[in-house]
Design a binder for this molecule. Sequence first.
Ligand code: PEP
Length: 254
Amino acid sequence: MRRKLVVANRKMHGTIPVNQAFLEGLLAGTRDYCNADYAVCFPHPYLYQAQSILTGTPVAWGGQNMSRHDEGPYTGSVSPGMLVEFGCEYVIIGHSERRTRGHDSDNSVGERFQVATMAGLKPIFCMGETLEEYEQGLTDLVTIRQLNAVIQQVGIKNLAKGVLAYEPVWAIGTGKAASPEHAQAILHFLRGYLMLKDQQVGENIRILYGGSMKADNAAQLMSMPDIDGGLVGSASLVTEEFVAICRAASSIRI
Ligand code: PEP
């Protein structure tokens, strides 16, 4: 049985007072909605604040990226150990906003998946096709290429230490979410591919959908049998909107 998971990707947004109001609202708004898991991925400077407010609560937190190195002359980078020290459970790996700006290749995403799990973090591994690839019917090919790069690096069993997120690039921040049927079809295909490699891993791994998930489409998307929750960008910037998505996840019968 896979519990739903809703993750806020706050990207490069927030201030100390804004984060505090958001987290207080999230804790209050989800108090009676315990049938799903929730996490918030913050910009690195706010991880201490997340740790201070969320320790001992059911809401987890994480980083939005990390280096594959433990330490060294990597100006501006953050190591897996640093994320662990600030209590992170999750780290986003391979987000399209980093892939498209040339920071992340398929292989470097695989390497960082490996390093994250070795440090005890759960990587939220993002994959998805661009609009051009979508229009050319390449969705399956692109997502399998991205997935295989990680499997080759870590092995199928270790993939289960993370969470997958299918995020079509054309849906991210555009307000145009994939239809529940499209998202379900891709996630079903990806799960089937994993089940062929390892039945248990395929059945148990959580696969999220991300891309313009909002309060008004979340329940429909997450009701799909292979969609185990959401990675939420823009809608996580409005507390009530994000709380509504969390409540929708908790209210779905699984
Ligand atoms: C994201 O960036 O991971 C994301 C899903 O963004 P949005 O919800 O704004 O599409």
